[in-house]
Design a protein. Structure first.
Length: 248
């Protein structure tokens, strides 16, 4: 593992109870930062924070609730210090349906968590970063946001929107020492697969030239550099983690 120095930093990782978010939180903590994990699942969240150790704390929060997010920021900073790193990993895949048969309630839930939730968290954290003239933000998008997966219109649309949000915010903050980037991973074998049909999982695998799914630690390694002080120039950018699938 390459050594990246995040000593003295405080990071918030949403969706930190499991999967990609937990792997990223562990890598950031191993690099010396204090980490505050956010998730809506309190039981899994407590276990995740305990597995990292004394450098980790946790806040149970529903990121679709803008007021709750503001309160979570205040609590995280009270316990761990001013937030200098933000990783927005919370998200859901939603069910697999053709667009004309996509249930309205599921559509709204996917957009609410993946897009509105990412917006709420960025909106609450950015003012403090601006005041301190420092911050590193990584939003987790998806290869689906670039290419669009069939029978996953809500997920694809939400992740395309996260890419657009990242580019917009990165440009807004370019005059500060704040970097805002996103990654577009191919699928990793996490609990998000439980929301997908086997047919859709097989479709995603056959699209990856590497011939395998992403390992969560591979994503964590890329994110660790993106949230470091060394990433002092690149912002409003999209970093590919698709195993060769992306065509642009």
């Amino acid at each position: 593992m390459n050594k990246i120095d995040l000593t003295g930093q405080t990071a918030v990782v949403t969706g930190g109870a499991q999967g990609l978010g937990l792997a990223i939180a562990r890598r950031i903590a191993a690099s010396g930062a204090r980490v505050c994990l956010w998730d809506v699942n309190g039981k899994e969240l407590a276990a995740a924070a305990a597995s990292i150790g004394q450098s980790a704390s946790s806040v149970v929060v529903d990121i679709t609730d803008a007021d709750a997010v503001i309160q979570a920021v205040a609590k995280a900073e009270e316990e761990a210090g001013p937030i200098s790193i933000l990783v927005n990993s919370a998200g859901i895949a939603g069910p697999n349906h053709t667009l004309d048969a996509y249930p309205l309630a599921d559509w709204r839930r996917v957009i609410d968590i993946n897009l509105h939730g990412t917006f709420h968290v960025n909106r609450a954290v950015v003012p403090g970063m601006k005041a301190r003239d420092y911050g590193r933000i990584v939003n987790i998008a998806s290869i689906a946001g670039k290419e669009g997966n069939p029978n996953a219109s809500a997920y694809s649309a939400s992740k395309a929107a996260v890419i657009g949000l990242t580019k917009s915010l990165g440009k807004e903050l370019a005059g500060f020492d704040i970097a805002v980037n996103c990654i577009t991973p191919a699928a990793a074998r996490t609990s998000i697969f439980d929301q997908m049909s086997q047919e859709h999982i097989d479709y995603m695998l056959q699209k990856i030239p590497r011939g395998r799914f992403l390992e969560v630690d591979e994503a964590a390694g890329m994110v660790a550099w993106l949230v470091s002080k060394e990433n002092s120039f690149t912002t409003a950018s999209v970093f590919d983690l698709s195993g060769g699938r992306a065509t642009y």
